[in-house]
Structure formats: structure tokens, C-alpha cells
Design a protein around this ligand. Sequence first.
Ligand code: GAP
Length: 562
Amino acid sequence: MPARSIEQVRNLCKRRGFVFPGSAAYGGLGSFWDYGPLGVEMLNNVKKAWWRNVVYERDDVEGLDAAILMSRKVWQHSGHEATFSDPLVDCRACHARHRADHLTDDTCPKCGAPALTGPRSFNLMFKSHVGPVEAAAGSEEEMASRVYLRPETAQGIFMNFAHVQRSLARKVPFGIAQVGKAFRNEITPGNFIFRTREFEQMEIEFFIKPPQFVQPGEKTDEQWHAEWVEQRYNWWLSLGVEEGRLRRRAQEAAELAHYSKATTDLEYLFPDFGWGEVEGIANRTDYDLSAHSKDVPPEDLKRLKLETNADSVEKLDYFDPDAKARYVPWVIEPSAGATRAMLAFLCEAYHEELTKEPPAAEVDAIRAEIPAVVKNADKKAKEAEKARAKNEPAKHDPAAIATFCVALEEAAARLPQSLLEVAALLEDHPGAQNLEPVKKLAPKVVKLAEDCTRVVLKLHPTLAPVKLAVFPLKKNEAAIVDVAKRLKHQFQRFFRVAYDDSAGIGRLYRRQDEIGTPFCITVDFQTLEDNTVTVRERDTMKQERVKMEDLKHLLFTRLHMG
Ligand code: GAP
């Protein structure tokens, strides 16, 4: 079973150094996140896996890294300044802000007074200025120096279409790939790193012949679109996403962005909120290159609903040597979120497992105590309600107790598989705090969970932040430590290797399982005699004795590096 809730993943990410809230010493800043030592490794691995797949393993894609800040004219002519906005409504009573198109009964103002303002259009681009400007917002001087933090990396690619094509003498069809930061002043960011205001995208603009130039036997724009959807879908599966949790969904006409003829979203089945877009593959036609070009014929402007571009000094077209004609290429755009991909891969990889069958008597004893815990919780909830009715301070929160009781009974019915879940509920659920029977039961359950369960991230080895951990069986045995350190140094040239001697081997394994390390090596006394070490595999927990001289081959093969 993958993660049951985003909260499980968020907790793990904070506890083990993947993702921390940004600006934490000042109480955080709405939905900005910092990627810690393991998070930066994993995010880099996601981006590298994407780059390898779409640049190195193809013959028709080049890479690019364009500036984040571009001329404001780019965003005027791309259509973003006028249309990249969401409808915003405010609650007149509590001043909470909502996206009008996302309002449901659940998200209606919590104050319970649905007195909403009418929808206003709110542009999602962050503004800044180039040079020292102190002019009033909207003044001529302010507008002249205004820039936007890019809300998509795509426009940097369009700006460089002709440079890349000419400098590398590329023939259409070919693509340009870019990975980089994008910024959107989202009205309702949330769900951890799913929707944030600063994030990373992995985008390709793939330039193809316009329909009227396609020869028999060549792919049409619709065939290229369908092919990219399949290529990209298979990439997600190749990195461990289960087919049942990834789907292709063609956008309805009303959903399409202003530039799109057709878009297919790839959606992942997230815990808590269900299907969420992780990548969109759009047919952007010749909209963007035409939008940024001078001298576009009036019939094309009309077809694309564009105005004449009097600011552009270039025509972003292409001379096709086979057709002996110039044209503005069409574009297929696979656009994925790198940070959102990381969340999907983490949710997919998160597992809680029994490592051994807990003694039946101990499980039965826990089961037997649950009704008493629930009965006591109910009683405390009623007392709290009565206190509140009399405007007296209440020791408990009845609503939190109610959710705790439901979750506890549901999880207890699945014991022993749910041992870790029951332990987490008793230890951390807000409704459980200060309940005497919980205080009594929690230590027993936590201890049993520690002995018999593990959290394991079953990440594809390519994505795992740490590929290998090396443990000396005895940290005070100089000869063992020496071999273990030598092994670490041997492999850290190739990938991230951890060295840990701060606990017993069982606990060290559990720590590495929790961060998804595919292999652990233990150096022991036998190593000193026969040059073998124990290699332990994360998912199967199988251990084998391997000669040190064979380690490199074994690891490279199993880490998909050979
Ligand atoms: N150039 C096309 C484009 O930007 P998009 O569907 O708006 O299309 C592409 O974004 C991908 O970027 C999405 O599929 C998602 O993975 C990611 N993305 C978009 N907004 C995001 C946000 N606020 N936070 C995190 N990722 C986001």
C-alpha cells in the first residue's frame, strides 16, 4: 500500500531531512518549502532521470537553461499578462480568499457566513523591477521597468528556438528541453509540495511541421501529440508508479489554455485529494512562435486570434530545406512539475510493513484495550461539551476526540498490519492527548511497532537520495572501521553514500529503509578473514555475502547504472 495520507509523507520529509517549511524561524512563508540534504538529492535525481530520458536517450532534443527574468514584452505577447489569472473571491466576514472556481461546500468560508464578494481576476505572476525604481505602481516609469518571475519555463524556450536551431543546424522535427524554477502567486496553494508558489518544471517544446507541410508517411501534429503522451506516460511507469495510479485525461474544450488545440494531462492518484495533474502534454500549434514574431501574415493572426506584434524584431520561423519553404513550426509541449513529481514518487514509495509477526498475545492485549480507550474518550468529549456549553474552559476538543476514535477503531480492526498506524494515532493524534488510557497504552504499542514494523520508501533506485549505506559492525574495531571507510570512499565518487555507526545494525537498517536506501553493506569480522561483506537489499530485506571485488559490478547492475 502506498501512503494513506499526505501527512505521513510530510512528516517523514520533515523528520528525515527531505523538505522543511521555508523561513521557519519567522513562522514560515505561505507555501514555500526548502529542500534538505535528502530532498535535494531526490529532486536532482528526478530531474536527472527526466533529462537522461528526454535529452540523452533521444536523437532529436537539445537542452537549454534560459534566464528566469525576461522582457515584460514576452509575457505581454505570450498572453500571460492579460489572461494568466484566476477568479478570486473574498469572504466579507472573515476576509479569507478563495478561488471562485474551486469553491465547494467544504472550502466555503470557515466562518460560516458565506457573504462573498463578486469574482475578481487575479493575475498569478509575481512582479519585480529591473534597476532602481521607486515609482508608483502602474505609473509609466514603473511599467517600463517591470518584469515578472516566469510562471512557466516554456517562454524561455520559444525565445531561443531560432538560436538553437541555427547554432546546432537542427532540422524540424526537433525539441528543446529545459528544467528550472517557475513562480505563480497561487491563490490557494497547498497539499504540501503539490501546489506551491515557487516550484520547478521540466518542459520540452518539440517543434514539428505544420499540417500543410506534412508529407505522406510523416507524423501529423496529432500523431506526435499521441506519441509524446505515450512516451511520457511510460516514463512515469518506468520509475515505479503503478499503472492503476496513473491515468491519461484529455482536457475538455473549456479547460484548454488559450494557446492549446488539445491537452492530455497525466494524473496521479494522490492520497487525501485523489487524481491530480503531474504533467500536461499540449498541442500549442504555431501560437507561441507566431505570437513572438514580427511580420506574421494577417490570415495567421486571424486564425490564432493574435494582434500584430510591433515589438518583436525577429520572425521565429524556419527554412525547411526539403520543402524549400519557410514556415512557423508547430509545437507539442510535454510539461511536468519536478517538485510535484517528487511528491508523487514519495507517495507511491511510502510503505509501512511488518518485519516480523508480532506475538499474538500482545496484539490481542492491545485489541482488548481499544474499547476502554474509546469509552473514556467519549466520556471526556461529553464533559468537554458540557464545559463549553457553560462557557467554562474545556480540557479536550470534542471534534478532535471524535476523529481520533473513528480512526483508532478503524485501524485497530486491521491489526497487526496496522500496528504502526495505531502507534502513530496514540502518540500523535491531537484528540489523543491527555487521555489517561492512551498514555497507558501508547508505550506498549510503540515498543511493539518498533520491534516488528518498518517504514520503507520503495523508491526506484534511480530516485533514491542515498544509494548505499556502509556500516561497521563494531565501531571500536580499527580494522573493521578502516575497511568500511575505504568502501565508502570507493563508491562516493559515483553516488551518495552514507556511513553510520551510531546504533545497532537492526536500527541502522530501519533508518535507511525509511529514506529509501536500496543497499546496505555491513563490514564484520568475517570481512577481515575472507574479504566478503554482507549486502542487504531494502525491499526483500535479503542478505547475501559478497566478495568486495564483486561489489562494484553488483551495485552498478542493481542500481541500473550499468
Ligand atoms: N508550459 C505549460 C505549463 O506551464 P501547466 O499545466 O500550468 O502548464 C505544467 O504546468 C506542470 O507544472 C503541471 O503539470 C504541474 O506538474 C506543475 N505545476 C504547475 N503549477 C504548479 C504549482 N503551483 N506547484 C507545483 N507544480 C506546479
